[in-house]
Design a protein around this ligand. Structure first.
Ligand SMILES: C[S@@+](CC[C@H](N)C(=O)[O-])C[C@H]1O[C@@H](n2cnc3c(N)ncnc32)[C@H](O)[C@@H]1O
Length: 212
């Protein structure tokens, strides 16, 4: 199902890039975390890359990483490729990956880093469980997953804006909506990862999940 999200309806540039104001706003804080905590080299798998603005921004700033953007929707590939074309660092062509499909990690093993931005609140809890389990399987020993987004804390949204967005998602599909931070951390721990979370602007969190 196609969701109504804050960035929906933004006009595509003539070269195929889709401007994504939300990605532009959170790119700085996310990049700061990646620069401090991501490996300096190795295989980076970005799940749910969307427009590709993040892929190009982060790959340029972290040139040692071999950047692989992916998404479930091939309609995003033209925009991802257009952003990649402007990046001074080589980015792999976008790959088709449904992260909620059990078993995908077997096709993407040995990832030194995995990035997931703003997906978990858009899918059901069972689908999110699959995403988290497969991320854990896809990580190389010593690899780290970076999961950014809005989360409930002790079952509650942390601002009026978050409550309104969560309600608008649940109105569109009762199965989706914000996930509770502790639920996500427990799922990652259950999959064998060591976890911590960092507070980022606008009540968002970055969860760092590391495979020993
Ligand atoms: C809100 S956008 C976020 C895009 C990008 N990460 C960003 O922050 O700009 C959500 C993205 O998740 C993708 N998506 C939805 N379900 C997915 C799934 N099961 N597996 C992989 N990607 C998925 C959508 O196609 C869309 O590109």
């Amino acid at each position: 199902m196609s969701l109504r999200l804050p960035d929906t309806g933004t006009q595509t540039e003539p070269d195929g890039r889709r401007p994504t104001p939300s990605a532009q706003r959170n790119a700085g804080p996310i990049l700061a975390v990646l620069q401090e905590h991501a490996p300096k080299s190795g295989q980076m798998l970005e799940i749910a890359a969307g427009s590709g603005l993040h892929s190009a921004t982060f790959a340029a700033a972290l040139p040692g990483l071999d950047w692989q953007p992916s998404d479930v929707d091939p309609a995003n590939f033209a925009s991802i490729a257009a952003y990649s074309a402007l990046c001074p660092v080589q980015i792999r062509p976008p790959a088709l990956l449904d992260a909620a499909q059990p078993g995908w990690a077997a096709l993407w093993p040995g990832r030194d880093a995995i990035l997931l931005v703003n997906l978990l609140h858009l899918i059901s809890a069972p689908a999110a469980q699959v995403v988290l389990t497969e991320i854990a399987r896809a990580l190389a020993p010593g690899g780290t997953a970076f999961l950014y987004g809005p989360f409930l804390r002790y079952g509650q949204p942390t601002s009026e804006g978050d409550a309104a967005f969560d309600s608008s998602l649940r109105a569109q599909d009762p199965a989706i909506g914000y996930k509770d931070l502790d639920w996500v951390l427990d799922a990652l721990r259950g999959a064998g990862l060591t976890v911590r979370s960092l507070n980022l602007p606008a009540n968002n969190l970055m969860i760092l999940a590391r495979r020993a």
